[in-house]
Design a protein around this ligand. Structure first.
Ligand code: ZN
Length: 269
């Protein structure tokens, strides 16, 4: 038995996680006046149709960062909110690379659980208008607000979104058990992670942009210790006590990797 559709979990009232075939995750957050789609995944979802199953309200679309597995579905939309440091990445998005990524994860096991055509992604007929968002920008949905926290590292324009009402942090690829820090210095990444620690009392769950990764058909948040692990690993890299191993990151580039409690940070080797 395989999933033939992306599956959706209500992770909090009016808050939906969309598991896009174990490849990427998007989130739909609905307020009393507007809704917000967080990330557009790899382009395999009919996101506008899916959103309309849950709300008839107007909605905005925000990207946690500019990587193709989060921006792959932008062709569905005409307006996108994004940190300006990742604008160029999105403007030059490589949809063939997104298809290859879909294929690679299929071969790694996603096709054992999910049935999808890696090439059936949404084309970009016209690049959407990109709207800049920075630290402290607030998406006010009516009755709930999501606040932007800049967390550079994974990409220079990576952000998290804090939803204080649902007590959820939507972290994109900025704080998870397999964190790649390739586009900003470790010092900057640590500054961002420390900002997340500063608001730790405002969220209970951290949902990253890859729930149910590859072949675990679930909609689970990151383990609670992942933020502390990421902070401790960054500190150990900076103070020279880390003992990195050398491995191959996506695209075949050499990387250093440091592990702690099942959390791994990879960075340029
Ligand atoms: Zn990413």
């Amino acid at each position: 038995m395989r999933f033939t559709q992306p599956f959706v979990c209500e992770i909090a009232p009016d808050t939906y996680a969309i598991n896009e075939y174990g490849i990427a995750a998007e989130f739909l957050v609905i307020g009393s006046e507007r809704a917000l789609l967080i990330d557009t995944g790899v382009g395999l979802c009919d996101l506008p149709g899916l959103i309309r199953r849950f709300t008839s309200l107007p909605y905005d679309v925000v990207l946690t960062h500019g990587h193709g597995d989060h921006a792959g579905g932008i062709g569905h939309f005409s307006n996108i909110y994004l940190h300006p440091a990742d604008f160029e990445m999105v403007e030059k998005i490589d949809l063939e690379g997104v298809k290859n990524y879909n294929r690679m994860l299929g071969k790694q096991g996603a096709w054992e659980v999910y049935d999808y055509d890696p090439d059936a992604i949404c084309p970009i007929k016209k690049m959407p208008v990109l709207h800049p968002i920075r630290e402290g920008y607030v998406f006010d949905l009516g009755g709930r607000k999501l606040t932007v926290i800049e967390t550079p590292g994974h990409t220079a324009g990576s952000i998290c979104l804090l939803d204080e009402k649902a007590r959820i942090l939507f972290s994109g690829d900025a704080c998870n058990i397999n964190l790649g820090i390739f586009d900003s210095p470790i010092e900057e990444a640590l500054t961002g992670l420390n900002k997340l620690a500063d608001v730790r009392d405002k969220f209970d769950r951290n949902y990253n942009g890859h729930i149910g990764y590859i072949k675990n058909p679930d909609c689970l948040a990151m383990p609670p210790h992942v933020l502390d692990d990421c902070i401790e690993i960054c500190k150990s890299i900076l103070d020279g006590t880390a003992q990195p191993e050398i491995l191959e990151w996506f695209g075949g580039k050499k990387a250093c990797a440091v592990d702690k409690n099942g959390t791994r940070i990879s960075y340029p080797g």
